[in-house]
Write a protein that binds this ligand. Structure first.
Ligand SMILES: NC(=O)CCC(=O)C(=O)O
Length: 275
C-alpha cells in the first residue's frame, strides 16, 4: 500500500481515566469517518495527566483497560493505531510506553520511552520523569503493510542518532507521541520535527495533547504531520483537533532519489552503531 491517510487526535486529557478512554475512542472513530485514516496516532500519556503524581495511580498492566479498548477499536475499524503512550506497570517498574496495534487488534510493537525527561530550566519548567518512571532499552521499528514505522516518545526526538538509526533500519514513517510544554515548545518544537523529517527524508508525525491551563503541565499542542522534504502537511494549534495527511511513498522515494542524503553518508569515515 503506497498511499494512505494518517491522522493525529490532539485530545484534551483530564483526571478521569475512563473519560480519557472514551474521548480517545470517539476521536479515533471521527478520524476514520471524517479523514479516512488508515493509521491513527494518539498523544503521549493520553489516558493520564502528564504529571508524576498521576503516573503510579494511572499505571496499568498489559493487557489492561486501555490496551483492550485500543485493540477492540483497531479490529472493529480495521485500522492501525499508535496508542500514544500510557503509564505501563511491569513488575515494580512503570514505563512510559506506546503500544502499536494492527488492523486485527493485535499488539505488533511496543516502545518504552528511552530518554527520560529530567530537566530544570530556570524561569521555565522543572520535570523529572525518573522520579516515577523507568527507561526503555529498545529502538522500535515496526514492519507493517504500509511500510516500516519507527516510534519514539517525546524527549526521544531530541536525540538525532536514535531517529537516524530508525531511518537506517528502513523506517519511512517516524511517529512521535509527545507532550512538549509552553517553555520548550515555542523554542524548539517546529524546528525539531522538521529537521528530523528532512534530515532522514521520512514522514514525521508528532502527536500532542491539547493544552489544559488548569493542569500542572501545560502541553504545547501543535500536533503536526511533516513530509520528507520538511514541509508541514497539517498542523493544529493548542486546542483539541484532528489533523490528517496523505503518506505517499512515491513522493518519499522521489525526494530520496533527487537528494540522496542517506546514500551520500561517508560510512568509511563515520558510522552509527547499535549496541
Ligand atoms: N514529555 C516530554 O518528554 C517533554 C519533552 C520536551 O518538552 C522537550 O522539550 O524535549
Amino acid at each position: 500500500m503506497s498511499n494512505f491517510n494518517i491522522a493525529v487526535c490532539q485530545m484534551l486529557v483530564g483526571e478521569d481515566k475512563n473519560k480519557n478512554l472514551e474521548k480517545a475512542e470517539k476521536m479515533i472513530r471521527r478520524a476514520v469517518l471524517e479523514k479516512n485514516a488508515k493509521v491513527i496516532v494518539l498523544p503521549e500519556m493520553f489516558n493520564c495527566p502528564y504529571d508524576n503524581s498521576y503516573f503510579p495511580q494511572f499505571a496499568e498492566e498489559v493487557p489492561g483497560p486501555t490496551t483492550e479498548m485500543l485493540s477492540k477499536i483497531a479490529k472493529e475499524l480495521k485500522v492501525y493505531i499508535v496508542g500514544g503512550s500510557i503509564p505501563e506497570q511491569s513488575g515494580s517498574e512503570i514505563y512510559n510506553t506506546s503500544f502499536i496495534f494492527n488492523d486485527e487488534g493485535e499488539i505488533v510493537g511496543r516502545h518504552r520511552k528511552i530518554h527520560l525527561f529530567d530537566i530544570d530550566i530556570e524561569g521555565g519548567i522543572v520535570f523529572k520523569e525518573s522520579d516515577t518512571l523507568g527507561r526503555g532499552d529498545e529502538i522500535t521499528v515496526v514492519d507493517t503493510p504500509m511500510g516500516k514505522i519507527g516510534v519514539a516518545i517525546c524527549y526521544d526526538i531530541r536525540f538525532p542518532e536514535l531517529i537516524r538509526l530508525m531511518a537506517l533500519n528502513e523506517a519511512k514513517i517516524i511517529i512521535i507521541p509527545a507532550a512538549f510544554n509552553t517553555t520548550t515548545g515555542p523554542a524548539h518544537w517546529n524546528e525539531l520535527i522538521k529537521v528530523r523529517a528532512f534530515d532522514n527524508q521520512v514522514y514525521l508525525v508528532a502527536a500532542s495533547p491539547a493544552r489544559d491551563l488548569e493542569a500542572s503541565y501545560h502541553a504545547y499542542g501543535y500536533s503536526s504531520i511533516i513530509d520528507p522534504w520538511g514541509k508541514i502537511i497539517d498542523q493544529c494549534s493548542e486546542v483539541e483537533a484532528i489533523i490528517s495527511g496523505e503518506i505517499d511513498m512515491d513522493y518519499l522515494n522521489k525526494v530520496r532519489k533527487e537528494l540522496p542524503l542517506l546514500k551520500h553518508r561517508r560510512t568509511d569515515l563515520y558510522h552509527l552503531d547499535l549496541r
